[in-house]
Design a protein around this ligand. Sequence first.
Ligand SMILES: *Cc1c(COP(=O)(O)O)cnc(C)c1O
Length: 390
Amino acid sequence: MGSYEFNVVSETWGFEMIEHETEVTRPTWIEIDLKAIQYNAKLIMEHAGATRLIAVVKADAYGHGAVAVTQALYDIGIRDFAVATISEALTLRQARVHDDFNILLLGVQDVSQVKLMAENRLMPAAGTLDWMKQAVVSLPDNQILDVHLAVDTGMGRMGANSQADVAAMYAFIQESRKLRLNGVFTHFATADDDNEAYYRQQVTKFYQWVGGAGIPKNYWHLANSGSALWHHDEIDTHTIRVGSVLYGFNPGSPALDMPIKLKNVLSLKSRMGAVHQLQAGESVSYGATYTAEQAQWVATLPIGYADGYLRRMGGMKVLVAGKATQVIGRITMDQIVIALDKKYPIGTEVTLIGRDGDEEITVENFANYAETIPHEILTSFGVRLPRIYH
Ligand SMILES: *Cc1c(COP(=O)(O)O)cnc(C)c1O
């Protein structure tokens, strides 16, 4: 199976790398280059002129494994992380002995859970005055909850949506003994496409409302990946709040040109199980949609749509021995069949995402073929696929 260089597991993290040889019982796996994530984090900070980065590791770090990614970023000095749910946050808290890093909860949270959030030093986004009023009722007297004031400048999901609203919420936090402001933020709807007018409108609202309410700039964080990549000179970016760029992909769809060269992080690989020859007229997989016109070598790989190799990926390119070939017939739940130019030994490695020689299939290529975005592809890779870190 080849050998891998494993990250050193520090004593303070409860996380252990999967041992490739011993634990991977089905030869289909995801490889994750943690050094590339570290590189991308430093590069985007430099590019955006940021001194602080809030690493978005929601949805299991976009499918890369939240604990491993958090640990790798902690190792280069990142101390701020963001997830979507309380259980995602608790996974990170439990992975490390010390709670010496911040966890921001981006989504709307059930206000009845504020005690749990405060006890674990989780910082929810506060979206409305009502939410905060209920929060202070539910919090025990001696408990302080740090919050990030959400400002809705055009995303339409959550947050204060006028200057008066921002001012009222800020005043409420300042007057409350149980709430403490840790940040104020907005989320951009069009930072990664060419609708600049909408972006500017969001920026203007934020500056007017938040600046007008007198919230000091060191609390602000606006930039997501698109904004940090393409609009860093238009806004304050001392703190950026990014996910996609860490994982090395272009967040835009359709994609704009990348101003920096991020490193690719993830590869998806498998090994040939059965290798056999189809005779002319023989078909492959459900529906018999593919029929060999002449004698043809094919291989079966142990991966299917239950792993996130989506059913609509039929016909997709894969790499064998540095050359491109393709998936034939329908994708099934656990197996796919690929065309070969000749007979290969069982166990030959196949690259489904990643580089092999001069050929490369990026996660963007994969997502385009599936007519979706990389985010959806990455977060669809199932728990059945082991993550190998190196
Ligand atoms: C998911 C999310 C991000 C990260 O977005 P990217 O485009 O992946 O950088 C930032 N902020 C909020 C509020 C989010 O929900």
